[in-house]
Write a protein that binds this ligand. Sequence first.
Ligand SMILES: [Fe+2]
Length: 309
Amino acid sequence: MAMTGVLRPGHAQVRVLNLEESVRFYRDVLGLVETGRDAQGRVYFKCWDERDHHSYVIREADSAGLDFFGFKVLDKATLEQLDADLRAYGLQTTRIPAGDLLETGERVRFELPSGHLIELYAEKTIVGNGAGLVNPAPWTQAREQGIGPVRLDHALMYGPNVAEVHKIFTEVLGFYLVERVLTPDGQGNAAIWLSCSHKVHDIAFAEYPEPGKLHHCSFLMESWEQVLRAGDIMSMNHVAVDIGPTRHGVTRGCTIYAWDPSGNRFETFMGGYQPYPDYEPLTWTFDNFGQGLDYPQRKLHETFLTVVT
Ligand SMILES: [Fe+2]
């Protein structure tokens, strides 16, 4: 498909309880590359193969969770158009000036009916992956640090009004529905997986009474072997593992869910298939949610439904 409009997940800002402990975790265990610190005390990271300045920002706070999640759009004209489209739809948007996030242009922020703050932006300084653009090596030394994911892949959010969120992403932002889990009565969606690209999901939402909750940010691994290696590194470092290594039925992705030192869940993920916008969404009935989550064990793990930040 031609890539226009919203391109990809661009950044998450996540609250942590102890900044330096979290820096050590994200840098040395997860293996992100630290790319900056700002006057507010925020620490910026990217995955080794990402080209933009950062994709994951942490700040110290009294409670864990997600401050906001941002998507990169094609260019400034696209940003203006999407801002106008969001307002025409009836959503309030606010502008955050360039430079508020390091090396990042102006952002358009809005709140979803699920209570999550979403941002769009067109510009972020390109720093590259260190291999250069001419005759590049396939990987750099940064890949060998810790778990070493390739990129921030997607996030799953928990909150109310998923049907409204679905409409905003598909009718305004150009996403399409890839998979869904039906509510127990079969009349609505308990969870939705949305793509703005060829990826099996760029963001997902699950219905939950409390607004604005983070279920997980997901980091892409290059192979199943790399997911297993991630599990080894988690255990070597006494990381609290939630589920896996296993394979999801939903998306067919292979996964480990684990928690950072503050209790924010993250995922090391690989695989899935490549959908197109004309594909009919795949549907899971609620009684089969266990297979959707953990295909081999067919188990709807309690923590998946109840533990969020
Ligand atoms: Fe995920």
